[in-house]
Design a protein around this ligand. Sequence first.
Ligand SMILES: Cc1ncc(COP(=O)(O)O)c(C=O)c1O
Length: 275
Amino acid sequence: KTEIIYMKNSFHGRSTGALAVTGQPKYQKPFEPLMKNVTECNFNDVKDLKAKVSEKTAAIILEPIQGESGLESATPEFMEAIKKLSEKYNTLVIFDEIQCGMGRTGKLFAYENFDLVPDIVTIAKSLGGGVPIGACLTKGKANDVLVPGDHGSTYGGNPLVCAVANAVLHELIDNKLIEKNVVEKGQYSVEKLEKLKGKFDFIEEIRGKGLLLGIKFDEKKVLAKDVVLKALENGLLLVGAGNNVVRFFPPFNVTNDEIDKAVSILEKVFEKISF
Ligand SMILES: Cc1ncc(COP(=O)(O)O)c(C=O)c1O
């Protein structure tokens, strides 16, 4: 099996391997030529997936919730099709949970929101709570693909960041930070953001799960980059996702007061930006 199927509008990083399966030409172009034997599939398009997965498919890689391109979640039908096709063709399923994993959706792993356990999961960001660490988890038939010594990097597995990641996991799992804070503060944030949606007609949707939230705008009226810029001028650091979504990703230990403050800055920004 030689082929990897990846999703349109995905983002997996900027090393050449990750770029080859990143479905956004603007990131790929400067680094071409990239790895071959990769095929793009339209995200959430079951028909397209069925047409592309075959005996040749070694792996299907996706973000269960696409981060960079606007917090688009895989549909249950699409996940079901991935599950069935991967069983039929003995294909590995890889979830990139670098952005949506490690508690961000209100569950430790984002795949827990779906009826599918992937063979490989990549994790990073929230695993380190601010320090740089990434990891690749495997199960079952993926366990033997990489064995100790196959892969390494200068700082890979260094004791300093591993100690921090252990401390983060202790907070997330043993001290129940996910249940206590991510879920609760996620709901609180959605309540507040929904009020803004009621007030400003250019807000189309509040989307996401847990503290992986996004505000989607009518892009004919408001662009994400303008909101990000104005919010920054007012002391609130946000990040866009695509043209028309602004990500609302507070840290997991955020308080209600801090959410109130962020939402009131957003309100001020929206009052000025609307026309
Ligand atoms: C889903 C996803 N995958 C991969 C990456 C890239 O991670 P890294 O910069 O650690 O290679 C990111 C970074 O934003 C991401 O959001």
